[in-house]
Design a protein around this ligand. Structure first.
Ligand code: DQA
Length: 148
């Protein structure tokens, strides 16, 4: 029997405030709504969600995934995406497929958001598609992991 696929979805600082935070940019859904939509879209896939406002906690979580197989990762590191070399280094250590997701189109906003220090250590980047970005990211990871 093929090994079960596991997807980890990490959301960084302020993403716990979805629904309240700048709804014109991020939408009116909450983080719980986001997680529920993802789970309901992929009922047969094991999905683990992690959110933290703390850089070190995100790094600890990434380190806990070291050496895992049949695993894929989605990360929306929020503002850490733009300057955390520590999260960059932690992602670089992980050999399985990793996708960076942003709800908003970071290229259309303030100049500081247009660069992510995480993109070079992720296999793909999705920005500006809201919740659909997560769904497309998970779907791509499942295809990648199923094809070996
Ligand atoms: C974000 C974009 C970041 O610039 C911002 O700091 C966030 C959310 C997004 O999902 O669009 O917190 O990552």
């Amino acid at each position: 029997m093929p090994e079960k696929i596991r997807i980890h979805i990490i959301n960084g600082p302020n993403l716990n405030m979805l629904g309240k935070r700048e709804p014109d940019i991020y939408g009116t859904f909450t983080l719980t709504d986001l997680e529920k939509t993802i789970r309901e879209t992929f009922p047969g896939t094991e999905i683990a969600f992690f959110q933290s406002n703390h850089e070190g906690e995100i790094i600890d979580y990434l380190q806990s995934l070291w050496g895992q197989e049949h695993t894929g990762l989605i990360i929306n590191a929020g503002a850490f995406s733009h300057y955390s070399y520590a999260i960059h280094d932690a992602l670089k250590m992980l050999a399985f497929p990793k996708t960076e997701v942003h709800l908003s189109n970071i290229y259309q906003r303030e100049a500081f958001r247009a660069h992510s220090v995480l993109s070079s250590v992720c296999d793909g980047v999705i920005a500006g598609l809201g919740i659909n970005g997560y769904l497309l990211g998970v779907s791509d990871l499942i295809m990648k992991l199923k094809n070996g």
